[in-house]
Design a protein around this ligand. Structure first.
Ligand code: PA5
Length: 427
């Protein structure tokens, strides 16, 4: 079974009625899908957009592996100082795949209560900090860094500071790069053509993931597997292209702008959150664009499902289903097995119950004319996560082409950053 597969069946009109896509949708849209594919891959081939080929960057990957090995042996905690695309990808990999070894923290926000509590809980002697910023100038990241530096420098001196700070940033530009040179810090690169939310397969995601015990080779193998599929401009062979086309059409022609990603596994909650940022920041442009929601099943069956079933018909549900969990946990055949309230579940594995709940929800949504699709993972592994995340990056990039947006910029985010800096400077 492949690490990731996709079913779009429940998006089609023969399943969900008038709210669905024509069953020959992919064939009918072949020309526009091929054009979106050609435009993106021409930019990839020219080297302008290297996010699809990062698994081939052996020198950069070797440098990451070298620091990961050294720091796993030396430290008991890693604190990532980064936000948005400079945090969410590593956090997703670790939440799904983290193993034994140093704990990895992602404070993200500039919340003084939480940040001070985190610093107070750490043994600074055995903690490494990783400020991550592509631009090298992000307010939240630099403010956290200045607090940390102010704690480390008096206690450990310049050499001890340099041991405990690893900077991930642009190879040439920005404040963080200047600081790395000035203070003699270890530094990892964010390749210039790779934007924050497309950077999980660079040092941005891989260094923290590796320190936290994620098998990087497995993640890269999954990425390489998916990269092969993405070469095809035939949506029957390229799931990212098929899903991009379907979601774009459901938004722009069928009034379905909301995309709710529902992961039926707690370990994938952060993956759904990572995707929400990728989809929102890439495609919310020019007064248009889809709205992502992230959720977890079965938890959100008791929270948001009512809205998706009977609320405004504006949502597409994107399920993530896991075929096999690591753990088997059978509901025990206790002395209550004869009770009709319980008999149906006793003896079933908990993972099987969760998958069945997903199937029940999927069938109910379909019967109610609510379009839904399923991403199926054979199991939660480096291979499946690496593949799914690359497919979703490509899907977002293809969707950008179909909407007619540049999915790689974020002018709205930049505007807020500029105003906040001006206000803080008293101007
Ligand atoms: O995806 C993006 O481009 C953004 O979310 C950035 O990652 C985020 O704003 C942080 O920027 P930087 O990495 O420059 O600190």
């Amino acid at each position: 079974m492949p690490p990731v597969s996709l079913s779009l069946d429940n998006l089609m009109a023969d399943r969900v009625g008038a709210s669905g896509l024509p069953t020959d949708f992919l064939a009918a849209e072949a020309a526009s899908l091929r054009a979106a594919h050609a435009a993106l891959h021409a930019r990839v081939r020219s080297g302008e957009l290297p996010f699809l080929t990062l698994h081939k960057e052996t020198a950069a990957l070797d440098r990451i592996r070298e620091l990961v090995a050294a720091h796993r042996a030396r430290f008991q905690d890693l604190v990532v100082l980064g936000i948005g695309g400079s945090s969410l990808g590593g956090r997703a990999l670790l939440a799904a795949l983290g193993g034994a070894g140093p704990r990895v923290h992602f404070p993200d926000n500039l919340d003084p209560d939480r940040f001070s509590a985190l610093l107070a809980s750490l043994d600074l002697e055995r903690t490494v900090f990783n400020p991550i910023s592509k631009s090298g100038g992000t307010l939240e990241t630099l403010a956290q860094l200045l607090v940390v530096r102010d704690r480390l420098l008096p206690r450990f001196g310049p050499a001890g500071l340099a041991e405990r700070l690893v900077v991930t940033t642009d190879p040439e530009k920005g404040f963080l790069r200047r600081l790395a040179k000035r203070d003699g810090l270890s530094a990892l690169d964010v390749p210039p053509g790779v934007g924050g939310r497309f950077s999980v397969f660079t040092a941005v995601g891989l260094y923290p993931a590796g320190v936290g015990g994620v098998d990087l080779d497995a993640v890269l193998a999954g990425m390489a597997w998916a990269a092969e599929l993405l070469e095809s401009s035939d949506p029957a062979e390229n799931p990212a292209l098929a899903a991009a086309g379907a979601l774009w059409a459901l938004d722009s022609r069928h009034g379905r702008p909301v995309l709710a990603t529902v992961a039926y596994a707690d370990a994938l909650r952060a993956t759904a959150e990572w995707f929400a940022q990728l989809w929102a920041e890439s495609l919310g442009k020019q007064g248009r664009g889809p709205t992502p929601v992230s959720a977890v099943g079965a938890t959100d069956q008791h929270s948001q499902l009512q809205l998706w079933m009977e609320g405004p018909p504006n949502t597409v549900i994107s399920f993530i289903e896991v075929d096999a969990f690591k753990t088997q946990l059978v509901i025990p055949p206790a002395d209550l097995g004869d009770d009709p309230e319980l008999a149906y579940m006793i003896g079933h594995d908990m993972g099987h119950i969760l998958r069945t709940e997903k199937r029940g929800t999927e069938m109910a949504l379909t019967a109610a004319g609510r379009p839904n699709l399923t991403w199926r993972l054979d199991r939660i592994s480096g291979e499946s996560l690496g593949a799914l995340m690359l497919i979703w990056e490509a899907m977002t990039a293809y969707a950008g082409g179909l909407y007619g947006f540049d999915p790689f910029d974020q002018p709205g985010v930049e505007a807020g950053k500029i105003v906040a800096k001006r206000l803080l400077a008293g101007r």
